[in-house]
Design a protein around this ligand. Structure first.
Ligand code: ADP
Length: 190
């Protein structure tokens, strides 16, 4: 199995790129943000809970997020591998993912991180908010809080994968296809 964590701050382009890469490498794409939004749309209990955090720009609690991720993985028993997009976002999630992969007789092969400056992130998210209707992209205060959450809780995970020689940084600024090309070069080596 090839399991890749596609990493980066909000607005780095993880979702866009994962959608372009999953077919090429025959991987199942799991986006925690997409699963939360689906639950919100369907009005599930999980959706109601997640929305109360997402609308503030905060992370959804680890226990809930970890359980959800594990059920999404379990829905794809035939998968040749996964692209995890938006997970892990905390140390507890990274630990849980490691344990979970070991239980499955597998592992995380790499963290591939899209690197983008903060000022560009804010611009991109505001632009996306105009078209997507995502409430958390329409409000600059919420966007800045998401980026702050990223630096408080998530950015530190780079070190975790660096120490295992699994970290690959990729320049996330430029045309979408150019960035896909850069990612493909990294994925092919994994
Ligand atoms: P972005 O990468 O632009 O922030 P996502 O769609 O990945 O967008 O995530 C949207 C929101 O969903 C996050 O701001 C957060 O509230 C919640 N979320 C997504 N993934 C996680 C996670 N792994 N842990 C906690 N909360 C999460």
């Amino acid at each position: 199995m090839k399991n890749i964590v596609l990493f980066g701050p909000p607005g780095a382009g993880k979702g866009t790129q994962a959608n372009l890469l999953k077919d090429r490498f025959n991987l199942v794409h799991i986006s925690t943000g997409d699963v939360f939004r689906k639950n919100i749309k369907e009005g599930t209990e999980l959706g109601t809970l997640a929305q109360s955090y997402m609308s503030q720009g905060h992370l959804v609690p680890d226990d809930v997020t970890i359980k959800m991720l594990e059920s999404e993985v379990a829905l794809n028993p035939q998968a040749e591998g996964f692209i995890f997009d938006g997970f892990p976002r905390t140390e507890a999630q990274a630990k849980a993912l490691e344990t979970f992969m070991t239980q499955m007789g597998s592992q995380i092969n790499a963290m591939v991180a899209l690197e983008v400056a903060d000022a560009i992130l804010v611009e991109r998210l505001l632009e996306r908010g105009k078209a997507s209707g995502r409430a958390d992209d329409a409000n600059e205060v919420v966007i800045k809080e998401r980026i702050a959450e990223y630096y408080r809780k998530t950015d530190i995970l780079k070190g975790h994968y660096q120490s295992q020689n699994k970290y690959h940084g990729v320049d996330g600024v430029g045309g979408i296809q150019d960035i896909t090309g850069r990612l493909i070069s990294v994925f092919e080596l994994l």
